[in-house]
Design a protein around this ligand. Sequence first.
Ligand SMILES: CC(C)(COP(=O)(O)OP(=O)(O)OC[C@H]1O[C@@H](n2cnc3c(N)ncnc32)[C@H](O)[C@@H]1OP(=O)(O)O)[C@@H](O)C(=O)NCCC(=O)NCCS
Length: 162
Amino acid sequence: MSIRHARPGDHAAIAEVNALAFGGADEVRLIERLRADGDVLFELVAVEDDRVIGHILFSRLYADRSELFAALAPLAVRPGQQRGGTGSALVRAALEQAREFGAHGVLVLGHPAYYPRFGFAAETAAQVASPYRGNPAFMALALEKDAFGAPLTVAYPDAFSG
Ligand SMILES: CC(C)(COP(=O)(O)OP(=O)(O)OC[C@H]1O[C@@H](n2cnc3c(N)ncnc32)[C@H](O)[C@@H]1OP(=O)(O)O)[C@@H](O)C(=O)NCCC(=O)NCCS
């Protein structure tokens, strides 16, 4: 399995992986809207035998500071290929990429049992004013020291509100 940046030719396979993993089209619509609005920071795919088996997307957040903050969503691994480390490899590679892009911090609304292993914590997100504040699934990871040390307000791209 290898991880690389997604290309336009991967879009159909990315849609298929997300639809199968989530059992519906909501995430596919989210991805397409984020692309159309220019809110995607980057997308990575996990490829095995020339087949896309996983996908992760980072989008930009609109913060009340000039520093870059990113949102992780969605993350999907093809059913049948799950629990083999692909999801973890995608998250780690994407966090490294976000660091290289200069992102100061990353926010996720995700499974509270899954994301803490990468360093995400709900306590870190507690200072962040957003529509998801107070939700235990709303977690943050600082890529730069003190990224969440002061109050921060973020607006999500419009794609997240439908
Ligand atoms: C969540 C997902 C991306 C994880 O990818 P993966 O390749 O299966 O994950 P990994 O093999 O790297 O890690 C497996 C670990 O994730 C845990 N895990 C998988 N799905 C989970 C879930 N929904 N909630 C909590 N933990 C989960 C497993 O228990 C396993 O933990 P362990 O290592 O302690 O046994 C994948 O299961 C998936 O696509 N699920 C459906 C879509 C989804 O829910 N996406 C996440 C949205 S936040």
